[in-house]
Design a protein around this ligand. Structure first.
Ligand code: PLP
Length: 396
């Protein structure tokens, strides 16, 4: 036991590096510095009014008690209809869909339900830090597969095959991806589907950014490929598409036997997502969708501006993001490590970005820049980044 009394399990899990950057930025702000925040992965928009109104109406109507562990039925039915429409996959609202307190809860519940001690979980590197942390909490072993810029952030199937073992229980797929902005192509997903059937592993497919896609790219869920619904747990939610990060509403869609096990974890964890927040989510899904289209159009404008601006700065380069709201920028040409680049950019130029190593070893040499901040802030940040890189002298 360590001296603090903290479990070995939790002591071994590092705190989120994104939070660390955020705290540093806050400390500088407290000293009176003007910081441009491009480190946080949340839309800067307010939640659309009709969604707020639906939650307030639920409160007024006294919908303030526990709901079913599975979540309110009308929301599960609406999710079932949207999965059928968007992916072409039928999910029974009675037993195949669980409303969770954000997608983050769905990730932990799924891993707890599927992973035994010693089981291996393949996680993307770079990738969202919750997957390896949740795996460690379940006493599983995270095994990283890499996503590289030179490969358009697609999965290298040869590498993936080399990482499979009889202990591989789960492969985590994320499309569109945080932090790379990449999207997995159908041919890659089809191959992974064959491997899953051959080796008997399951898939957790995090599709939280599935409405944020640009340049006409198509979202493909592995659950929609032949025979794959039975092996896949879809993770999704309302945080990103409807600017509802603080509402904490997400969902899991899975075949019945898996959903029953996941719901058991959920039941003993949060009981249910907040009742009135679920009514807000229902309005989000069943109400007008122009709010999503407008947000995505604005993200697209910022994406192109940021992407072009970054590539015009000597020493920096960035593949064109396909989805989500992140650009993954190669800073190796500046002669600094990602950690040094991010730290000096923050203290010397007042721009907060996340060093890629926070998301795994393959993220070394890159920084994640979120374009979920205003166009004007991105404009200001680009100016500062340009001056900062010039101040470094000759780029390599
Ligand atoms: C890939 C991915 N999945 C899930 C989440 C969390 O979503 P939620 O707010 O619904 O928990 C995030 C948040 O950054 C994310 O990047």
């Amino acid at each position: 036991m360590n001296t603090l009394g903290v479990s070995e399990r939790m002591a071994g899990i590092p705190p989120s590096g994104i939070r660390r950057v955020f705290e540093q930025a806050r400390a500088l702000e407290a000293q009176g510095k003007k910081i441009i925040h491009l480190e946080i992965g949340r839309p800067d928009f307010d939640t659309p009014a009709h969604i707020k109104e639906a939650a307030m109406a639920a409160l007024r109507e006294g919908k303030v008690h526990y709901t079913s562990n599975w979540g309110i039925l009308p929301l599960r039915e609406a999710i079932s209809r949207s999965l059928e429409k968007e992916l072409g996959v039928p999910y029974d609202p009675e037993g195949e869909i669980i409303i969770t307190a954000g997608a983050a809860e769905g990730v932990l519940d799924t891993i707890m339900a599927l992973v035994d001690p010693g089981d291996e979980v393949l996680v993307p590197d770079p990738g969202w830090v919750n997957y390896p942390a949740a795996t460690a909490m379940a006493h599983g072993r995270p095994v990283s597969y890499s996503l590289r810029a030179e490969n358009d952030f697609q999965i290298d199937l040869e590498e993936l095959k080399s990482l499979l073992s009889p202990k591989t229980k789960l492969v985590v797929l994320v499309t569109p991806h945080n932090p790379t902005g990449g999207m997995l192509e159908r041919r890659i997903l089809a191959e992974i589907g064959h491997l899953a059937a051959e080796h008997g592993f399951f898939i957790m497919s995090d599709e939280i950014y599935h409405k944020m896609i640009y340049d006409g790219h198509q979202h493909v869920s592995i659950a929609a490929l032949p025979g794959m619904k039975e092996r896949t747990v879809i993770i999704n939610g309302f945080s990103k598409a409807y600017a509802m990060t603080g509402w904490r509403v997400g969902y899991v869609a899975a075949p019945k036997a898996l959903a029953a096990a996941i719901n058991k974890v959920h039941q003993h964890n949060t009981t249910c997502a907040a009742s009135f927040a679920q009514y807000g989510a229902l309005a989000a899904l069943t109400g007008p969708q122009d709010c999503v289209a407008n947000m995505v159009r604005e993200f697209d404008r910022r994406r192109l501006f940021l992407w072009e601006g970054i590539n015009a700065i000597p020493g920096l380069s960035c593949p064109r993001p396909r989805g989500a709201f992140y650009a993954f920028v190669d800073v190796r040409g500046c002669g600094l490590s990602a950690e040094e680049f991010a730290s000096r950019l923050l203290t010397e130029a007042g721009v907060a970005v996340v060093p890629g190593d926070v998301f795994g070893r393959a993220g070394a040499g890159f920084v994640r820049i979120s374009y979920a901040s205003s166009y004007e802030e991105i404009q200001g940040a680009l100016e500062r980044i340009k001056q900062f890189t010039q101040s470094l002298g000759g780029t390599t």
